[in-house]
Design a protein around this ligand. Sequence first.
Ligand code: MN
Ligand code: MN
Length: 350
Amino acid sequence: MTTDQPEPERLWPEEWQRGPRFSGAYSFMRVPLTRDLRFADVAIVGVPFDGGVNHRPGARFGPRGIRNATAQVRAHPMPGDPLWGPLETLRVVDYGDLDVSSPYIAYAIDKMQELLAPIFAAGVTPIILGGDHTISLPILRAMAQTHGPASLVHFDAHPDFWKPTDASRPYHHGTPFRLAADEGLIRVHESVQIGIRGSVSGAILHEVREAGFHMITADEFYELGVHGALERLHRVVRPPVYVSLDIDCADPAYAPGTGTPEVAGLTSRELVQLVRGLRGLPIVGFDIVEVAPPFDQSEITALLAANLVYEFLELAAALKRGSNRRATSNRAGRASAPAARRRPRNRPAS
Ligand code: MN
Ligand code: MN
């Protein structure tokens, strides 16, 4: 892979972004649909797999639903924020969907890891659209191949930390973080779960805390508030950081289109504020999972997910701006040194 051609300022024909937003290319916010990662900072990747659910399926349609909902997302400026429009700062590609829709779950999981590893290895930050939460395990396996174990920031109504009842068949959407912890993919003592609630989750809270997770249940969140929760989070996590957001962290009033809804959850506003509060963390990847369009109403859930991905892009843009300021070489220097591109760029110097 060479980068001897000049590095382009933008990766897509400008006219793709003109015209009404319900028209144009079928991709996330009409960014280019390509698997060419040479100049990409961020890749949007769909993983349309829901073979690991214990309750209602439908998250296999999540990537399509989220992409559709981006027709309602504008690259908007934040008042007083120089970081308006992450697409001005970042080169974002839509990598399309991975071909992993096999009913053989162990095969599908291996395939996900195999297909995602090169994205992390290329120094690109993936934003992965699920899919049910099973997919976070192969994502973390692929992530760790490049970055080593990460601090996990996990938004969810459920801790997804169940011990598999059958060790020979461990995979479903309730086990990914138990397995990730056992495999050393995440540093549990430097990881945070936010939004946990519900009777099923209550049965396992003690076990999760015993394992070392810093858990902020939905009830505790209402005592702490956004700022209190973020303060705790920033005290705990260490680089590199991986963010996994299960849309059922939001209350079913804000996210009805999901497989395992739990009442008394976070508002969409609180979730957006929490994600914004992650700015500055050296995040090496994101996923957003459990969006199930067959159960959605008026695209409420898909629209929230699309906007949360937009917030992820803002975080990645802030990180890139920060590292550009620190870097001594300029863009041209980066283009002439392709080897440097393969280093994980988001890992901080100290
Ligand atoms: Mn989950
Ligand atoms: Mn959940």
